[in-house]
Design a protein around this ligand. Sequence first.
Ligand code: LLP
Length: 415
Amino acid sequence: MDAFHYQNGELYIEDMPAQEVASAYGTPVYIYSRAAIETAYKTFSSAFSSHDHLICYAVKANSNLGVLSLFARMGAGFDIVSGGELERVIRAGGDPTKVVFSGVGKQDPEIIAALTAGIACFNVESRQELERINYLAQTLGLKAPISIRVNPDVDAKTHPYISTGLKENKFGCSMSDAVDMYKLAATLSNLKISGIDSHIGSQITELAPFLDAMTKILTLVDEIESNNIAIDHIDVGGGLGVQYAEEEPIHLEEYASALSQLMGHRKSKLIFEPGRYLTANAGILVSKVINIKQNEGKNFAIIDAGMNDLIRPALYSSWQQITEVAKTEVDTKKYDVVGPICETGDFLGKNRDLSLAPDDLVAIHSAGAYGFAMSSNYNSRNKPAEVIVSGSKAHCVRSRETIDDQLKLERKFPI
Ligand code: LLP
């Protein structure tokens, strides 16, 4: 059974009514399903089981300690992009030796923390970064494992803001520079060349861009290896799309078999960095209708969650399903579901057929990835609570913020 399902018109997360979580923790509230997270991870892992691989969950998608600890318990690796994410992984019980460090602007203290923690690999973006990591490793008397992030120049056919593998994007080094970068790395005595890396974008629903990228990378690997430089792992990044509306996600088995065909006899370990695939459909945002309003013949449902809680609709015009927590189907109307923030861009969904009244609860689905993680305090709003449901139990893994939490780092100007 789907972790999120209706029973007698009531929305459940596993065996727990959404309504009960909302009454216990208030709204808006992010609710994740432990079973959905674990199933997504196991499905991913078993699809690629015929090849040596490591799944490094992309922490940025949902970095809550409770969520990270579920991945840690399953033996996952982690893809991080900051010192903060490294600290979260460690505090959640994650294994630093299964961490890869991506990101276009790594800073010295972050590099030092990662070296000291003994991470698996730095995904390096430029010559300067290679030299910097070598220098910092030298001062610590360590050897830094590295791979070079190449930009395979393929069109991921996704939203331009989340497409990263085109040559005009800021990420990675060009294919033509890559071999020279590896030759340089081989001369730097505090680096250990471990692999090659790429990440072409996010919410990708076609296989072709992944396979084009892999084909280019493998040609490059041959060229690098012909220079007597061994490539032990190939990191293919994340980016697998999920179903928000009508899109048809890539079938993992198809992806796995196409990859293994391309890999042929090669034994290099595969690293994956999925974020969205593992958490997007494992979470919902539950919110309460504050008011129903009509303007110029349009119906607005004003809810207590806004673009500060879930920015994806406002930022990427993304569509996420919205349903009533208790379905009645009386007096269904077309609603624009909007938040309380003073911006017209503050909407969660437009033209949705819903049956709503003040105080009703709605669920915004597929909110487990890039939901809370991208939330802010805009309009001085407290960030929502986060809850993980497991069976018939709810565990609060982040309390709702208070205004004191928001203000504790600020002070008046001293006059
Ligand atoms: N690895 C790297 C180096 C990345 O930059 C990303 C995401 C991932 C892995 C994970 O990608 P995923 O499997 O989740 O697609 N905020 C946007 C998505 C931004 C993705 C940024 N990079 C959204 O809400 O759609």
